[in-house]
Design a binder for this molecule. Structure first.
Ligand code: C5P
Length: 321
């Protein structure tokens, strides 16, 4: 049907961004906060790669790994024993089916809760609640991926709120593109390590990992290599990070309302009365390009996206290249 095609295809072109969002994107490009090298040539080389080719590239390039106490500079710090001894992917799963629940406003009135909970594992993001929204987003939380901004902000009461007490926590913070861990340690965007130590001491029983910051840039390189234009030189959104995290530990991953359904709305989150198209289209994050990539890797029918906001992706260990 026509509305379906225009929804999916129209979303993918940055020329569709409004004037305001285009300006914001240009400003981020000029700032280049993380020192991402300018694309020499090759932008666009992979813009025609098939879904199968993209999946193989993702599998070969991105290694979802987390900080362990043996890594420098952490090995020399007194709090290193707070870090889990093994990386996340050694401890989590493997699972057969997994759900990734974006926090998009279009989840509201979706009635997807039961379907989401029927998966073996469910990943949620940042401050996204289940209480009061079970009908639309379910109640199971196996993993919660949180950014350092949420960990540090007073509004979210990260250290004390029960919102964060279910499942395994995974935190991330953007590092400079080419930095080693020591350089990042001294210039994180937000005080991720301070908050991590405090949380671990208050909740010592809850598994809590920190994503290795090179994962973000491995993923960024993969997005850029497959787009015909220069993308924002900022890390990908939590949405894509969480999707690839689950593809590393699951056989099949369903992602909900990352590619918006017919319920597409400017409502930013299903749990907040705040409207901004940038939440769905991206400004800081190269979100439109992330969605383009996911659309091309999707193995499910387009009508699943239109009706349910559902994308089907294979686990990275479930296919050969
Ligand atoms: O806003 P927040 O980062 O907590 O949302 C989690 C993820 O869900 C985002 O990183 C983004 O990938 C996705 N999202 C979206 N559209 C929205 C809101 C969130 O695609 N309107």
């Amino acid at each position: 049907p026509r509305p379906l095609r225009s929804l999916l295809e129209g979303m993918m072109s940055s020329s569709r961004l409004g004037h305001r969002l285009r300006k914001v994107v240009q400003n981020y490009q000029a700032l280049n906060k993380y020192g991402v090298p300018l694309p020499s040539r090759g932008v666009g080389d992979g813009s025609r790669r098939s879904g199968a080719e993209l999946l193989c590239q993702l599998k070969g390039k991105v290694d979802v790994t987390t900080l362990t106490p043996d890594l420098r500079p952490f090995s020399g710090l007194s709090w290193a024993p707070l870090l889990p001894p093994r990386p996340l992917t050694s401890d989590l799963g493997p699972f057969r089916s997994c759900a990734v629940v974006s926090s998009a406003g279009s989840l509201k009135h979706s009635g997807l809760g039961k379907e989401i909970d029927s998966h073996d594992a469910v990943l949620r993001f940042n401050a996204a609640p289940t209480a009061g929204y079970e009908k639309d987003v379910g109640m199971k939380t196996t993993v919660r991926l949180i950014n350092s901004q949420v960990m540090a902000s007073d509004d979210h009461r990260f250290l004390s709120s029960s919102l964060y007490s279910a499942g395994v926590l995974v935190a991330w913070d953007p590092a400079p593109y080419s930095s080693d861990l020591s350089e990042w340690y001294n210039r994180t965007d937000y005080p991720i390590f301070l908050q991590y130590q405090k949380y671990r001491r208050l909740h010592p029983q809850q598994p809590f990992y920190i994503l290795h910051p090179r994962v973000e840039w491995q993923l960024w390189d993969t997005i850029q290599a497959n787009m015909a234009e220069a993308i924002q030189r900022n890390p990908p959104s939590s949405g894509l990070l969480g999707t690839v995290l689950m593809m590393s530990v699951c056989e099949v991953v369903h992602v909900y309302e990352f590619l918006p359904s017919r319920r597409k709305t400017e409502l930013c989150h299903y749990y907040q009365r705040f409207y901004d198209a940038a939440c769905t289209l991206g400004a800081y994050h190269p979100l439109l390009y992330e969605k383009n990539l996911v659309k091309r890797m999707n193995r499910g029918p387009d009508r699943d996206i239109f009706n349910h906001g559902r994308v089907t992706l294979p686990g990275l260990h479930s296919f050969n290249c």
